[in-house]
Structure formats: structure tokens, C-alpha cells
Ligand binder design. Structure first.
Ligand code: SF4
Length: 350
């Protein structure tokens, strides 16, 4: 049923504005053990992050989510990560999918036992993105952590084993292309293939590095990868992707196709639907349209955890109008892009 309800919301969003978002992007913590050169979250000293009981109160008050994308920081640093997922599973009866990344720096036992607990919740789809930004020397340098490459490979292999018993588990490598690793995908792919012989291009989700004052704390940093050479590298990856009936994989290929356009033109491939179909909540409960937006429209603790009070407020209404009129700077992030594609099915195919 979950996929049908998600599909129904996505289909409806092709014809009208939805009254409630169906996707929540939620940074469960800003704590992070990495030292990435493209992102400054690891330098933050997070305070007053939402407690489990506050998250449970939020989940109970807002029971309409069909897709939860958890992010960080490193989500697996939260001892109560599986309880957070359970809170949304218990409250949102139509929840279909939970997605989350990992930098693979927690112990593999910790990651494995948390994933197993989340799988036992029987959410129809659990998708883990294992961050990997380059071949060994490059990835470890970009992440500032020795042997991070091997740890990412070990987590991916562990997830492959777990999938043998859990068909609701999906996972990919998340490759964020920036000025530091553009041109390095093929070498990365071959090095991964040496470690995991049956890996394919479909096992990689590609993003372009983004700047954001509010989320990545890297505004103005010279990290971006755009232009014709990047577009060609993305096209080469795209040419190796194979059709898959798996909806996550299929959507990922469409996402990459649009990413080529974004890299080449610097224009958003599709209309931004953030604050209508999705929103971003930071670890303190502040609500923003998206991870690349600096417009804070409220805090759930100030609205008795009622998201609709925030989304119906003047600030959110103005922000939504501004986004609808093209007021956001061009972007194509996976946090927002999938809803934009699902809300314009014809446009996403061509
Ligand atoms: S990109 Fe992820 S792993 Fe790297 S510092 Fe930012 S939150 Fe941490």
C-alpha cells in the first residue's frame, strides 16, 4: 500500500498543488567525525538538537509523511537513530521509504545492528547511501580520514550480505562530484570494482557539490564542478547505467540525466517544489524550504510541533510564492529533485 499512496501523492502533484508535503528531509544531528573539504558541518558545535521525545511529538502531530530522508552530520552517531525511524513508522501509516547516508566512520558493528533494527521495522523501503567521493587516495584526502575508502567498501559489502535476507533494503554509493574529484570517476569505479567485482554503474548515485550558508556552512567556498567537462563525465556515467525495474534505480537514472543539463547550463532542470511537496528540518527543529535555502520559516518547538501551523504562516506562504516564482538560486539536489520529477512526470522523461 505504501508505494501506492506515495504514487498517488506524486501523481496528484502533477495536476495541482498539494496541501501537505509528503517528503521530509531531516538532519537528525550535525555531529560528524569526518573532515570533508567540501562541507563544513563537521566544524559545527551542535547544541539543542531535538530529543527523541520531541521527534516523537513531531511525528505524532504530522502523520502524513510517505518518504523520510534522514541526513546529518552522520546519522549513525545518534544512539536513538532506529527509534527515530520507528517514531515516523508508528505515526505515518503510509510511510513507504526511509533514506539515509553514512560516511562509514562508525564501527561496522554499530552500523549493522542499527540497520538490522531499522529493517525489522518492516518499512517497505530502506535505502542507505554509502558516501564515496573517489578512489582510495582521493577519497581519504577529500574526507580527511585515513582508510575511509576501505571502511566504505566494508559497509557496502556488509549491506550486500544483509540484502540476501531483506528485500526491502537498497543501497548505493553516493559520489559527490566537486572541483576536487571531477575527472576521477572512472578511476574510482575501477578501484571499487577491484574490491567488489560485481559492482555496476547503477550502484552509484551521483550528486554535484553544493554551497549553502544554512546547511553545509560553505557559502562562497570554491568547490563546485560545472561546465562542459563535468557534463561529459556525467554523460559517460549515464551511458553505462542499465535500465532497472527498481523504482529507486529508475528515478536515479532520470535524476542523473537532468544533472547533466544542470552541469552544462547552470539552470535548474525543473520547477522547484520545495515547501510544497517537501521541506527541510534541521537538527534543532528549524524549518526551511530545502537544504540550500536560508529562509527559516519557523521552529517546530514554537508551534507545538504542528508543521501545518508553520506552513500556513505568513513567512512560509511568502517563501512558497517566491520559490514558485523562481526566487531560489538554481539547484538540483537529490533532497528536492525527486519530488520535482515525480510532480512533472512528462517533463522528467524528456
Ligand atoms: S559531507 Fe557529510 S560526512 Fe562530510 S562533513 Fe558534511 S556531513 Fe560530515
Amino acid at each position: 500500500m505504501g508505494i501506492l499512496n506515495l504514487g498517488a501523492s506524486a501523481l496528484a502533484s502533477n495536476f495541482k498543488s498539494l496541501s501537505r508535503p509528503y517528503k521530509l528531509n531531516f538532519a537528525v544531528t550535525y555531529r560528524c567525525q569526518s573532515r570533508c573539504i567540501t562541507c563544513n558541518i563537521w566544524q559545527m558545535k551542535p547544541e539543542k538538537e531535538l530529543t527523541l521525545s520531541e521527534i516523537e511529538a513531531f511525528a505524532k502531530k504530522n502523520r502524513f509523511f510517505k518518504w523520510i530522508e534522514l541526513t546529518g552530520g552522520e546519522p549513525f552517531l545518534r544512539d536513538d537513530l532506529a527509534d527515530i525511524v520507528k517514531a515516523f513508522r508508528d505515526s505515518s501509516k503510509d510511510l513507504y521509504m526511509v533514506t539515509l547516508p553514512t560516511n562509514s566512520l562508525c564501527s561496522i558493528e554499530r552500523i549493522k545492528s542499527t540497520v538490522r533494527t531499522m529493517l525489522d521495522l518492516k518499512i517497505p523501503k530502506l535505502v542507505i547511501t554509502v558516501s564515496l567521493d573517489g578512489y582510495k587516495e582521493l577519497h581519504d584526502r577529500m574526507r580527511g580520514i585515513p582508510n575511509n575508502f576501505e571502511k566504505a567498501i566494508a559497509v557496502f559489502k556488509m549491506l550486500k550480505e544483509m540484502r540476501k535476507e531483506h528485500s526491502n533494503l537498497d543501497f548505493v554509493f553516493g559520489y559527490t562530484m566537486s572541483r576536487y574529484n571531477k575527472g576521477a570517476f572512472e578511476k574510482t569505479f575501477q578501484e571499487v570494482k577491484n574490491a567488489i567485482p560485481d559492482v555496476t554503474y547503477n550502484d552509484f548515485h551521483i550528486n554535484l557539490a553544493q554551497s549553502s550558508e544554512n546547511y553545509y556552512r560553505n557559502k562562497g567556498a570554491d568547490i563546485s564542478a560545472y561546465g562542459e567537462d563535468v557534463a561529459r563525465e556525467l554523460e559517460n556515467i549515464l551511458s553505462h547505467k542499465r535500465f532497472s525495474p527498481n523504482p529507486v534505480s529508475f528515478l536515479d537514472t532520470l535524476f542523473l540525466k537532468k544533472l547533466v543539463y544542470f552541469a552544462r547550463t547552470g539552470k535548474s532542470p525543473m520547477r522547484n517544489r520545495s515547501l510544497e511537496l517537501s521541506l527541510f528540518m534541521d537538527s534543532g527543529g528549524n524549518i526551511y524550504p530545502s537544504i540550500v535555502s536560508n529562509i527559516k520559516v519557523g521552529n517546530i518547538k514554537d508551534s507545538n510541533f504542528d508543521l501545518m501551523r508553520i506552513l500556513g504562516g505568513d513567512c512560509a506562504v511568502k517563501a512558497r510564492e517566491s520559490i514558485r516564482d523562481g526566487g531560489e538560486s538554481p539547484n538540483w539536489t537529490s533532497c528536492e529533485a525527486y519530488q520535482a520529477m515525480l510532480g512533472n512526470l512528462l517533463g522528467s522523461l524528456f
